[in-house]
Design a protein around this ligand. Structure first.
Ligand code: NAP
Length: 277
């Protein structure tokens, strides 16, 4: 049975956030959606005149987050589900990418998400219920050259999610890290931040990767609407997963990674064990 819930989603202007908001509204839920400009706010609120509540928020503006959450909880109602969706991909060879670019990547993808969680937790703990969904990535498990900051941020959020799920289990608050593969959103298009190339030594390795990602943008195998339906399905479960992969590309790549990791652990087991005692 589906119960009407209040869902707070960060970043509802496009991609997963927009698709999830639309599917949630169609299922009868109330959706508070964060956006970064008035046009996006109007477009979001036009999706449903009575149950779509747009709020202006850049998740790096952490000093405002508690206030925005408090105001929406007072006017719309207590948040049953928080979806930390806002995020972007930084693409660049690490040696070529500035520390400022790394900080920005972590400010949005990690610190922003954690600040949102901190804002909803006191209420969820008091009510002894809630679900926190963090959109991570298959890049929380697998890596490839040219996205070290992105993978670092998503590994971080995956680890924080898993830890948090153990801290919040006694309060009946679920935490799920949803790790999509490649989906047709604006991620590799308008939203991606690409560092300029400066070291020719990396040309052979990285140029084909950058080019392939640009060519694939908009043609990825994953459908964000189907992702939205999958996410809504886990919100209906009494026992939602701690980690959920979305897409057959994520499934095979993460399986390969885990198998390779298992193999490497076995190969070096003797040295690993040698440090006891
Ligand atoms: P998208 O279409 O580019 O959507 C990203 C959303 O995040 C937009 O609404 C954007 O708002 C918002 N956002 C970005 N920076 C923000 C900030 N500082 N404060 C508030 N909102 C911000 O891409 P998407 O694929 O749907 O991305 C959603 C999440 O999925 C991200 O966390 C991404 O890393 C993750 N993901 C995507 C894929 C994929 O293949 N698409 C795969 C794995 C994980 P503006 O419109 O204002 O920029």
């Amino acid at each position: 049975m589906t119960f009407t819930k209040t869902i707070l989603i960060t970043g509802v202007s496009s991609g997963f956030g927009r698709a999830l908001a639309q599917e949630a509204l169609a299922a009868g839920h109330r959706v508070i959606g964060t956006v970064r400009n008035r046009e996006a706010q109007q477009a979001f609120e036009a999706l449903d005149t009575s149950r779509a509540f747009g709020r202006l928020l850049d998740v790096t503006d952490v000093a405002r987050i508690d206030g925005v959450v408090a105001e929406t909880e007072a006017t719309v109602g207590p948040v049953d589900i928080l979806v930390n969706n806002a995020g972007y991909g930084h693409e660049g060879i690490m040696e070529e990418s500035s520390l400022e670019e790394m900080r920005r990547q972590f400010d949005v993808n990690v610190f922003g998400a954690v600040a949102m969680i901190k804002a909803v937790l006191p209420g969820m703990r008091q009510r002894r219920r809630g679900h926190i969904i963090n959109i991570t990535s298959m890049g929380s498990f697998i890596t490839m050259p040219g996205i070290s900051y992105y993978c670092g941020s998503k590994f971080a959020l995956e680890g924080i999610s898993e830890t948090l799920s153990k801290e919040l289990a006694p309060f009946n608050i679920h935490v799920t890290a949803v790790a999509p593969g490649s989906f047709r959103t604006d991620w590799a298009g308008r939203s991606m931040v690409r560092s300029a190339r400066s070291i020719a030594d990396y040309d052979a390795l990285f140029d084909p990767i950058r080019q392939a990602r640009q060519e694939k943008s908009g043609k990825q195998p994953g459908d964000p609407v189907k992702a939205a339906r999958a996410i809504l399905a886990i919100t209906q479960s009494e026992t939602p997963p701690t980690h959920l992969l979305l897409g057959s590309d994520a499934l095979s790549l993460v399986r390969e990674k885990l198998a390779a990791l298992g193999k490497e652990i076995e190969q070096w087991e003797k040295i690993t064990r040698s440090t006891d005692g």
